[in-house]
Design a binder for this molecule. Structure first.
Ligand SMILES: NC(=O)C1=CN([C@@H]2O[C@H](COP(=O)(O)OP(=O)(O)OC[C@H]3O[C@@H](n4cnc5c(N)ncnc54)[C@H](O)[C@@H]3O)[C@@H](O)[C@H]2O)C=CC1
Ligand SMILES: O=CC(=O)O
Length: 324
């Protein structure tokens, strides 16, 4: 049987790579640094399928180098690195991995909030450096019980964070592009964006990055928050004006930030944000559990193989281009 020609532009979980390899001839870039653009273009010349990664910009120029391409699949729910309209114009379906990473990402997001609120990482750093302080000098945090959590972007992951917050005795308010019909069931109250900024003790951001949402948290937004506010971003760094966030934290405009995503990402080692005491940053690990990453990889393989066989992708962003 003739095998499909496929480019895998980054590392991939072994279970999914094995599945793809049984039907495809795979050229894979498995180094840590992103694949050089020229090499990617060379490989794409005869590729029928592409497994892209978040650091590959999929745009008109890339697609012009891939005349035989009939499907692109990526192991993430976010696709801000992809020009979806350009894919659609060429009739190429783009598959992502919604749903399968919801609980893991909600755990990490709520974990960041809990860790920041109770300064768990600061306590560990002290113990690890041999300083076991007396009971009055240990890092003091805030109660989450009874506080108001404001969720911006009440989609799949936002709703899963809301469930966790309710279980911890928090009041939940949210802002979303449109009000959810099931918000009573979630126990969350819809409010205008500015009201959320003013009322929330803790703010969690779970909005997809798009031209409309780019930089939606800037100087004006931090100025509207409580000076005691905790700001958690687990979506994309580009939603936040990093300099404005740094200034807000440095000047005590807000209390604390916990980030799984940054702009730039990764942050250079000498970035000023890393010098602040009231910041906690993790290296984009929202979905990074063994089980979740396996599910994402297998859904990516399923999307890819479906597209190669011109069958409907199980999770397709541009349905207009999906196979029927
Ligand atoms: N840190 C990590 O490792 C991970 C990060 N993510 C990020 O989380 C995002 C959300 O994922 P899901 O919950 O699955 O997506 P989703 O599509 O289910 O939810 C996003 C929600 O945001 C709302 N929204 C969109 N633009 C908005 C705006 N300008 N203002 C207010 N609300 C807006 C939408 O109406 C939707 O309800 C992804 O796009 C991705 O960027 C997702 C998984 C892992
Ligand atoms: O950032 C991760 C994603 O799945 O999106």
């Amino acid at each position: 049987m003739k095998k499909y020609q496929v480019v895998v532009a980054g590392k991939m979980r072994p279970c999914a790579l094995a599945k793809i390899s049984s039907e495809c001839h795979v050229r894979q870039w498995d180094k840590i640094e992103p694949i050089p653009r020229n090499l990617l273009y060379e490989w794409l010349a005869d590729a029928e399928g592409l497994v892209s990664t978040g650091d590959v910009r999929v745009d008109d120029e890339l697609l012009a180098h891939a005349p035989r391409l009939r499907v692109i699949a990526q192991a993430s729910v976010g696709y801000d690195n992809v020009d979806i309209a350009a894919c659609t114009r060429r009739g190429i379906p783009f598959g992502n991995t919604p749903g399968v990473l919801v609980e893991a990402t909600a755990d990490l997001t709520f974990g960041l909030l809990l860790c920041a609120a109770r300064r768990i990482h600061e306590g560990w750093n002290q113990v690890a450096s041999g300083r076991w302080l007396n009971n009055h000098d240990v890092p003091f945090g805030i109660d989450l019980y009874g506080k108001t959590l404001g969720i911006v972007g009440m989609g799949r992951i936002g709703a899963a964070v809301a469930r966790r917050a309710k279980a911890c005795g928090m009041k939940v308010i949210y802002h979303n592009r449109s009000r959810r019909t099931d918000d009573e069931h979630l126990g969350a109250t819809y409010v205008a964006f500015d009201d959320l900024l003013a009322q929330a003790d803790c703010i969690v951001v779970l909005v997809p990055l798009s031209p409309a949402s780019q930089g939606m948290f800037g100087r004006a937004e931090f100025a509207k928050m409580k000076r005691t506010a905790y700001f958690i971003n687990a979506a994309r760094g580009g939603l936040v004006d990093t300099q404005a966030l740094y200034d807000a934290l440095k000047e005590g405009q807000i209390a604390y930030a916990a980030l799984d995503v940054t702009d730039p990402e990764p942050l250079p080692g000498d970035h000023p944000l890393l010098t602040l005491p009231n910041v906690l940053i993790t290296p984009h690990i929202g979905s990074a559990t063994h089980e979740t990453r396996d599910r994402m990889a297998m859904l990516t393989a399923d999307n890819l193989l479906a597209g190669l066989a011109r069958r409907p992708l199980p999770a397709c962003v541009n349905q207009e281009a999906n196979y029927r």
